[in-house]
Design a protein around this ligand. Structure first.
Ligand code: DOR
Length: 429
């Protein structure tokens, strides 16, 4: 099949590419970049993509697919459908499945489930058995089965000794340790510790619970020379710790979620459990620090922490509800609305945070937009105004605090593995 995307803005900061022209794709491969003649268009399906951007396929490096174990909340396939709808051609899946992703069988099972999907799934395996932080998972076996990183996400790697060993192993194959930074003994709460938690009388988690693990991990990364990636950073001081560590040349990177760069803990006053997540929403000063960190490059990536939960479980009293919200279908719209349109980031920087940097951190080959290369592309319209409607989500779960929000900027199509997703449908190209 031949397709032509007319007058699209091709953008890839990694290649210093910024060009408005036609793009001709045949059998999933980029055949021609440049304005096409009318006869070239004859046997092709033509898409009028003027004012749309075409960029290397976006990667969401922090997604919970819930399979195996909670297929009522999400499966590998429904999570991938949600990713495609949100503009992603790849996701990294977190290991807090049931059973945990701590064996090569589970890594292979997840990869097998995703193999025919447009969206690539890169499993992140548990660093410790059962994510208990007591004994190392079989890291090399997991790596050979396809794991691209190691994390006990949901919790921090409990023992510093286990973390040290995990780092030493991960370094041998250049994989990152992806840390959920939270000191368990300080984190016995359901929201951020602040004036708001005092007013609401809810048990709370102070920023320092995050900062302590960030500093521990930075010090151990310096000691071992391994790569550490700080997942869902949320505290102001943690951003500063990462900034200083980068200045010293320590191998540390960080990601932030759309909820942590837009929402504050004041939202918890509604007692809506879609404002309950881990780490918790913090204060305005923390949110502002996330934006500064994104701008100056301290924070490398934007990742959704897509965490599906069933309606029955989420609709409980605030203290009992599980942590987490879905995000695959809103991340791009929020990033464009709140970062690009508010002039905090350029579109080039956004592409770095959603495509180039996650690939660098996870050692996934970069996508090149060039004749002869496989088409792995995201197309988005930065000006499309739309209203979030959870009933239209492809995700099996609906737990989003962004329902009914007006956003500016939306994914239009994705292409990968000789498949295209456009106007709610997948088809082979
Ligand atoms: O809010 C969260 N939800 N934070 C986590 O670390 C885990 C996640 C989940 O799996 O639901």
């Amino acid at each position: 099949m031949k397709i032509v995307l007319k007058q699209v803005n091709l953008l890839n900061p990694e290649q210093k590419l910024n060009l408005k022209c036609d793009l001709f794709i045949e059998d999933g491969v980029i055949r021609k970049i440049g304005d096409l003649k009318p006869e070239d268009l004859k046997s092709s399906k033509v898409y009028e993509f003027e004012n749309k951007y075409c960029v290397p396929g976006f990667v969401d490096m922090h997604v919970h697919l819930r399979e195996p174990g909670r297929e009522d909340e999400e499966t590998v396939v429904t999570g991938c459908n949600s990713a495609a709808a949100g503009g992603f051609t790849a996701v990294a899946s977190m290991p807090n499945t049931n059973p945990d992703t701590d064996s090569a069988e589970i890594v292979r099972f997840i990869k097998e489930k995703a193999k025919d999907h447009l969206v690539d799934v890169f499993p992140i395996a548990a660093a410790s058995l059962g994510r208990k932080g007591e004994a190392l998972a079989p890291m090399y076996e997991l790596y050979e089965a396809g794991a691209v990183g190691f994390s006990d996400d949901g919790v921090a790697i409990k023992s510093s000794l286990v973390l040290r060993h995990a780092m030493e192993y991960a370094k041998m194959f250049d994989a990152p340790i992806i840390e959920h930074c939270e000191d368990e003994s300080l984190a016995d709460g359901v929201m951020n510790e602040s004036v708001t938690s005092t007013i609401l009388g809810l048990p709370a988690i102070p920023n320092v619970a995050e900062d302590l693990i960030v500093i521990r991990d930075i010090m151990l990364a310096e000691f071992t020379g391994a790569k550490v990636h700080i997942a869902h950073i949320s505290s102001k001081n943690a951003v500063e710790l990462v900034r200083q560590a980068k200045k010293k040349g320590i191998n540390v990177t960080a990601e932030v979620t759309p909820h942590h760069f837009t929402l504050t803990d004041e939202t918890v006053k509604t007692f809506d459990t879609n404002y309950k997540m881990n780490p918790p929403l913090r204060t305005r000063a923390d949110v502002d620090a996330m934006i500064v960190g994104l701008k100056d490059g301290t924070i490398d990536c934007i990742a959704s922490d897509h965490a599906p939960h069933s309606i029955e479980e989420k609709e409980m009293e605030f203290i009992y509800a599980p942590n987490g919200i879905i995000g695959l279908e809103t991340t791009l719209g929020i990033a464009l609305s709140d970062l690009v349109h508010k002039k905090h980031l350029t579109i080039e920087q956004l592409v770095e945070k959603l495509s180039i940097n996650p690939r660098k951190i996870l050692n996934i080959p970069q996508v090149i937009i060039k004749e002869g290369e496989i088409a792995n592309l995201t197309f988005f319209d930065p000006e499309q105004i739309w209203t979030v409607d959870i009933t239209k989500f492809k995700s099996k779960s609906k737990n989003s605090p962004f329902d009914k929000r007006l956003l500016t900027g939306k994914s239009v199509a994705v292409i990968n593995k000789k498949k295209m997703y456009f106007e709610d449908k997948f088809f082979d190209i």
